[in-house]
Write a protein that binds this ligand. Structure first.
Ligand code: ATP
Ligand code: MG
Ligand code: MG
Ligand code: MG
Length: 482
């Protein structure tokens, strides 16, 4: 039977006779007021049940999460809070939900931790419905942004034969039985007999492959799953996450920063425009949560204020060297929130450093650039004018309040000889990267790109604090139930 989305009914400008809705029961009050949600919108529609003409058995089966069909007239509502309601003429229970067993029902205000164990059911709550709709819209915004600008979407491989990048963090892919891999004389696994004839891994980034495509198509982007065997349990890392990686020929580091900033502002604005109800809900959720904290720890801005702030203010561009000077001359906050160890030039920044710069010092998103060469990847463009003992590369990280690193990017080293030298210094066999080096052999050019962790963006936009809560089925250490 044809049915109408609740979103469309709630947006109606006039009453409509004989509408049909299919969805799931959220609540049923006073044997009369049935709140139904179908996932199209955060709001429920109220269906007023004619209880005198409905059997007591049917009324009893209107439990939370039961699947129902109702038909009736969409009429103006007398009750507060909604413009329209459905005066039910026909009601069917499509699928029962046992109220005694429904896990979410059994808890009063289930915690996020509990809901993580119910990843298949948590999307039935308002908060997760809103998060997943916002995630979907952001995903679309990413494609829209790059497509409007004429970028070509490239699907870089999920299974890769190169392991130059992800030392120690890669998931191996093999077709060998668990305990029965053929061995070489020295006891190591003989991958020649494996499916691909060599050692293969799940990708940690599509960048190197995307670079080769940028060298022909000019502007490309990948947007796909990436995998890292991160052995730490943090609220910012997943073993399987989605990354957006544009790569642009003839762009230098400044162009790269401009692109990243414009892109992030575009997708946030897109979400604000397309998800006003979901973001209003998440904003309220966060505001309520903040009220439970001691006054000194409360956030100065609401979620919507934070999102608008990012749209209205340029990201602060600061060199790594300047950042180290700021960190050294600032006294870490006494209340421990920004307590960090003072590091000398050359050290990698810890999240405490990043948070101090973003949340306390600059109080806005920050683009840190020109990092020490030693702490960054081999493919980043060397700065020629830096002093020998302070060799830097044209790298940039974008740091966001409450999130830390959201983007990592760089101008790439386009000079073959320097790249070969760096590869050799790392002890990587050049033959592994012959295809990558070809981009520098045949028509090399200045180019740059970045990787944005999609879940970190979703974290920021939804105001959530744990990355496990912004992806449908989080993959973390000891956690891949289904
Ligand atoms: P971090 O310092 O947070 O571990 P990274 O420097 O290792 O990140 P990059 O290799 O620069 O990460 O990857 C690009 C982007 O991908 C990061 O800026 C971040 O937004 C995201 N990212 C990296 N690792 C993860 C992960 N394990 N889970 C989710 N997002 C990630
Ligand atoms: Mg990392
Ligand atoms: Mg990092
Ligand atoms: Mg990085």
């Amino acid at each position: 039977m044809k049915h109408t989305k609740i979103k469309d009914l709630l947006n109606s400008t006039k009453p409509i006779d004989n509408v049909t809705v299919k969805g799931w029961v959220r609540t049923f009050r006073n044997n009369q007021f049935l709140a139904i949600n179908d996932g199209s919108v955060i709001h429920n529609i109220q269906a007023v049940v004619d209880f005198e003409n409905t059997s007591p058995e049917t009324l009893k089966r209107l439990t939370t999460s039961a699947a129902v069909l109702v038909t009736g007239n969409l009429a103006e509502s007398q009750g507060a809070g909604q413009k329209f309601e459905i005066q039910v003429k026909h009601l069917e229970i499509l699928g029962d939900s046992d109220a005694e067993k429904y896990p979410i029902q059994l808890r009063n205000k289930p915690s996020l931790e509990f809901l993580r164990e119910q990843a298949h059911l948590r999307v039935r709550t308002n908060a997760f419905g809103a998060i997943m709709r916002v995630r979907s819209v952001l995903s679309f915004a990413i494609h829209q942004y790059f497509q409007e600008k004429g970028f070509v979407y490239v699907n870089t491989p999920i299974i890769t034969g190169s392991d130059a990048e992800g030392a120690g963090e890669m998931f191996h892919v093999t077709s060998f039985p668990v305990n029965d891999a053929p061995k070489n004389d020295d006891g190591s696994v003989n991958y020649k007999e494996d499916f691909f004839g060599k050692e293969t891994n799940l990708t940690v980034s599509g960048q190197l492959e995307a670079e080769t495509y940028a060298m022909a198509l000019g502007q490309v982007y990948t947007f796909g799953p990436t995998f890292r065997a991160e052995n730490s349990n943090t609220s910012r890392h997943l073993a399987e996450f989605w990354m957006v990686e544009p790569e642009v020929a003839f762009n230098n580091l400044d162009d790269n920063m401009d692109l990243a900033e414009d892109f992030i502002q575009y997708v946030i604005k897109y979400a604000l425009d397309k998800c006003p109800d979901d973001l209003a809900f998440l904003n309220q959720r966060l505001t309520d949560e903040e009220k439970t904290k001691p006054a000194a720890e409360r956030s100065e801005m609401s979620l919507l204020e934070k999102l608008n702030f990012v749209l209205e203010n340029n990201f602060k561009r600061v060199s790594y060297t300047e950042a180290i000077d700021i960190l050294k001359s600032s006294k870490p906050n006494k209340n421990k929130k920004f307590n960090y160890i003072i590091e000398e030039w050359g050290a990698d920044l810890q999240s405490e450093h990043e948070r101090f710069l973003v949340e306390k010092h600059f109080k806005c998103p920050v683009i840190l650039y020109d990092y020490p060469a030693k702490i960054k990847a081999f493919y980043m463009r060397l700065n020629d004018d830096a002093p020998q003992d302070r060799q830097t590369v044209r790298a940039m990280d974008i740091l966001f309040p409450g999130i830390g690193e959201i983007v990592g990017g760089s101008q790439r080293e386009e000079r073959l000889d320097i790249l070969q030298q760096k590869i050799a210094d790392l002890g990587i066999d050049e033959k592994e990267l012959w295809w990558y080096l070809d981009t520098r052999r045949f028509g090399t050019a200045v180019h740059s790109g970045f990787g944005l962790g999609f879940e970190r963006l979703v974290l920021f936009v939804t105001g959530m604090t744990n990355i496990r809560d912004v992806i449908p089925f989080p993959r973390t250490p000891q956690n891949a139930e289904f």
